[in-house]
Write a protein that binds this ligand. Sequence first.
Ligand code: NAD
Ligand code: UDP
Length: 343
Amino acid sequence: MRALVTGGAGFLGSHLCEALLNRGDSVVCADDLSTGRLENVAAFQEHPRFTFLRADVSHSLRVRGPVDLVAHLASPASPPDYHRLPLETLAVGSRGTENALELAAEKGARFVLASTSEVYGDPTVHPQAESYWGNVSSIGPRSVYDEAKRFAEAISMAYARSLGVNVGIVRIFNTFGPRMRAEDGRVVSSFIAQALNGDPLTIYGDGQQTRSFCYVDDLVRGIVAMTDSSETGPINLGNPVERTVQELAELVLELTGSGSPIEFHQLPKDDPTRRRPDISLAETLLGWHPQVSTEEGLHHTVEYFRAHRREVSAAARSIAGAQFEGTPSKVAWRDAPAMAKLA
Ligand code: NAD
Ligand code: UDP
């Protein structure tokens, strides 16, 4: 099989490229390196079945020769990244997805869209099943990402219905692992970098909001299962074990043996209160279930960050307040109860 992975030099994309190469596929990785890095694909740059194409897929997307699969992962994904790149995020979710679908239509390829749990917004239904339509602000700061992905789902379904493109949509819940950028501002990479650097761990709000964290190897297995199936979805992919952000901070401190303090910062606007995937569909239709516990995944990720200490030291101090346009109002540990009211 010859696969095109857009966003293939990013965190998830590079693992997907690797998984496809490892099973014998040829891979074309298209990436503009806006939030990805060449280092992520450096290990297979010389691979005879790997091609890197530097391209902004919102602008145009052309690939010579046959393509059997288009896996469309290109998009900023970390909140600080999409706050920094709002127009680019909207463009890649809309025009970028259209270009990727056009290519899939032209080549007769299977098309798999990396959608997101953000389509559920700040959910009023818990856990989130695919039948839930979501609670999303169309004008808030997160809307550039959430609505772009909702549009991406809509246009994918329109191509499936009107042009018969073989579309599959996965809704990915928070995923972490090696090759995340230490400074990308997402909670797992931030907490690990801060812990290893001895800097305070920055909890936003009172830390009682929840997420469910999936290890990258599991997630990529799920994406590959979707590419191999003819399911349209959308299908949730994520680890259903739910934790508070405070529990995650404590776990990272324990796993790293760090003596870093915890600081509470203002909660970003529209930050979802709780999130946990219902993965019944993935279990039934794809035979997929996560196998790596969050603890084990964190252990591998800590090891990766330990091996990239220079990057971690450079990054950690710039992380605090990365979600905010202005300077965050910092609240000390002892003021946690007051912070709960503020949040
Ligand atoms: P990432 O930022 O590491 O990777 C995204 C990649 O897309 C980067 O390499 C970036 O350079 C590339 N890109 C962005 N805009 C582009 C454009 N216009 N043209 C070409 N390349 C472009 O993020 P990630 O965590 O690997 O996320 C990958 C995909 O999975 C995204 O679509 C994201 O929305 C989705 N997703 C990820 C998560 C998660 O927890 N990691 C959760 C939900 C959804
Ligand atoms: N968060 C935090 N401290 C950080 C980064 C994030 O407390 O340094 C919180 C954030 O407010 C959210 C959760 O952790 O409630 C997950 O954030 P992330 O950016 O990783 O992903 P999201 O699920 O919000 O897209």
